[in-house]
Design a protein around this ligand. Structure first.
Ligand code: AMP
Ligand code: MG
Length: 298
């Protein structure tokens, strides 16, 4: 894997959040190949993945807030946006020309082993074509990107199943994308977060239609209408193959969300109806992804 990365090839890696399509962040040709494989708008900057805090400090300028958060949540699903220190390690194209970089240390053992062997920063957006749901199993990732990669690692189903929390630390701390590390967990360590604002270029992952299956998505549904597939939540919903969490557990629902959206989509329903999910805890991140899947977020 590390050798393929050094050779400028793309590889597919499991992380605890979702499967990533990975390349050497320093290699603009390899990064361009990621954009081409994903069909991703090139203004969307990528997350740099590194083996540990020391590697992160070589790439980005981390302040006290960043170090406090890193000590608590790395390795893990928290991405920090900070000023770039080594612009060669994560090239301009990977940063979409910004003088900041989004960086994290993933916890999946397979990803950590590759990053440790590689040594540098690996950019790894979710291994799906742009606008589609992120893959959370090896099979789903292969369905998206099998043609474009030199190698892949099957690390099982992703334990978290939602993309990382993205926190901007440029001026005031801002939650740019909710995820498994929640707003209250962050605020407990560094104080209140500012409003993210609606400038899509500040964090282009905030684009409206993102994470979408082919079928339209209908939210807050009590049950399926004729021809619809239904994603339930909790014990009191109509039975279908896709109850995100019969026990009503948000973490379990997050882990199942994208694979169930994909499975439901494969049945070519008239729409995918989704039961209401409470906002508490991981619910904020799940509902963020669902609103994007439905095309509702501006
Ligand atoms: P993905 O690689 O699909 O997980 O998406 C990466 C996320 O990180 C997107 O929401 C990007 O907009 C965000 N991101 C990456 N780099 C930056 C940056 N320098 N400033 C703000 N957001 C960023
Ligand atoms: Mg993505």
């Amino acid at each position: 894997m590390a050798q393929a990365l050094r050779a400028g090839r793309l590889v597919m890696l499991p992380t605890e959040t979702v499967y990533g399509l990975a390349a050497d962040g320093a290699d603009a040709h390899a990064v361009a190949a990621i954009y081409a494989a994903k069909g991703r708008p090139s203004f969307n900057p990528l997350i740099a993945h590194v083996a540990d805090l020391a590697a992160a400090e070589r790439v980005a300028v981390l302040d006290d807030r960043a170090r406090t958060l890193a000590a608590q949540f790395w390795p893990g699903p928290l991405t920090l946006v900070a000023p770039i220190r080594d612009a060669g390690a994560v090239c301009d194209l990977a940063r979409a020309g910004l003088d900041t970089v989004a960086i994290r240390v993933p916890s999946h053992p397979a990803a950590r082993a590759v990053l440790a062997a590689f040594g540098g920063a690996v950019v790894a957006p979710s291994a799906n074509r742009s606008g589609r749901p992120s893959p959370t199993t090896w099979a789903d990732a292969m369905e998206e990107t099998g043609f474009a990669i030199a190698a892949s690692l099957d690390g099982g189903a992703c334990a978290i199943g939602l993309e990382s929390t993205v926190l901007g630390l440029i001026d005031q701390p801002r939650l740019l994308r909710p995820g498994a590390v929640t707003r209250p967990q962050i605020e407990a360590l560094i104080g209140p977060l500012a409003e993210a604002g609606d400038d899509a270029r500040r964090s282009p992952g905030r684009l409206a239609r993102h994470y979408s299956p082919n079928a339209p998505v209908r939210l807050e549904a009590e049950g399926p209408r004729e021809g619809e597939a239904f994603l339930g939540f909790g014990p009191d919903v109509p039975a279908t193959p896709w109850n995100l969490s019969p026990a009503g557990d948000a973490a379990e629902a997050a882990a199942n969300l994208f694979s169930y959206l994909r499975a439901a989509d494969r049945t070519e329903p008239s729409a995918i109806a989704v039961a209401p999910i409470p906002e508490a805890g991981l619910g904020e991140a799940i509902n963020d992804r669902l609103r994007r899947a439905a095309g509702f977020v501006g």
